[in-house]
Design a protein around this ligand. Structure first.
Ligand SMILES: [Zn+2]
Length: 238
């Protein structure tokens, strides 16, 4: 449990942490001791959220994108406490006292951010930010030996929230894999969506690897194993 954000608002000081049940006074103590706000230079909810352990796949959605309500069209239907969640994302959340952010608002803000994120990463700025993460290998490499450590991209198998966790797509073998880290394997796949990696390689065609032509051949004592069709023919002759 930790807190690395001091919310810079004209109103009451708000401190956020992983656990919304933590008393505010403890949060303030943790923050001062850690002094992480000055270390990472982050001071917005989005920067704080993306800096959390396990959230490395997310890129920071531009504040302009969040503030443009057109980009959020239709998202409010899927998010409880949508207005409060939005205020939190927009760093406009107001509280009457130093109480911690209610857990239901925190949960809604994370859901809303994920849904906005899925839209952001398929716009030019979002694709560019994800390209930097891809090139730096932040999504890992393909576990398939014959893919020779091909870089991966996150993808969802559904665009509907709570309908599956994020997977990693390899453009070389054109297959998907579960993330290695348990911290990443619980991220909702809808926060990346089904379109992202494919639009990514349409946009950055020079980064697209040639599809894999190598296949693994099983052998016993150096000899290829007969396929099921060959075995069936041999049985017929006998
Ligand atoms: Zn692969």
């Amino acid at each position: 449990m930790y807190c690395n954000l001091k919310c810079l608002q004209s109103g009451p000081k708000l401190l956020r942490c992983e656990s919304s049940h933590t008393p505010a006074i403890l949060l303030m103590t943790t923050y001062v001791e850690g002094s992480s706000s000055e270390d990472d230079g982050g001071n917005s909810w989005i920067q704080w959220f993306c800096g959390l352990k396990g959230n490395e796949y997310y890129c920071e959605v531009d504040s302009d994108f969040v503030l443009d309500r057109f980009n959020l069209t239709g998202l409010g239907h899927d998010v409880p406490n949508a207005q409060q969640a939005y205020d939190l994302l927009a760093d406009d959340y107001k509280s009457d006292d130093d109480e911690d952010i209610p857990p239901q608002v925190d949960t809604s803000a994370r859901l809303l951010y994920g849904l906005i994120h899925a839209r952001f990463i398929i716009c030019p700025n979002g694709l560019h930010k994800m390209k930097r993460k891809y090139i730096s290998g932040e999504f890992g490499t393909c576990p398939r030996v014959l893919c020779n450590s091909q870089l991966l991209l996150p993808v969802g198998l559904s665009d509907v929230p709570r309908n599956g966790t994020v997977k990693l797509y390899c453009c070389h073998c054109q297959d998907v894999y579960n993330p290695k880290s348990s911290a990443h394997s619980t991220i909702d796949g809808a926060f990346f969506g089904t379109t992202f990696p494919h639009l990514f390689f349409q946009t950055y065609a020079h980064l697209r690897p040639t599809p894999s032509s190598q296949t693994y051949t099983p052998r016993i004592f150096g000899f290829k194993i007969a396929g099921s069709e060959t075995l069936a023919k041999m049985e017929c002759k006998q």
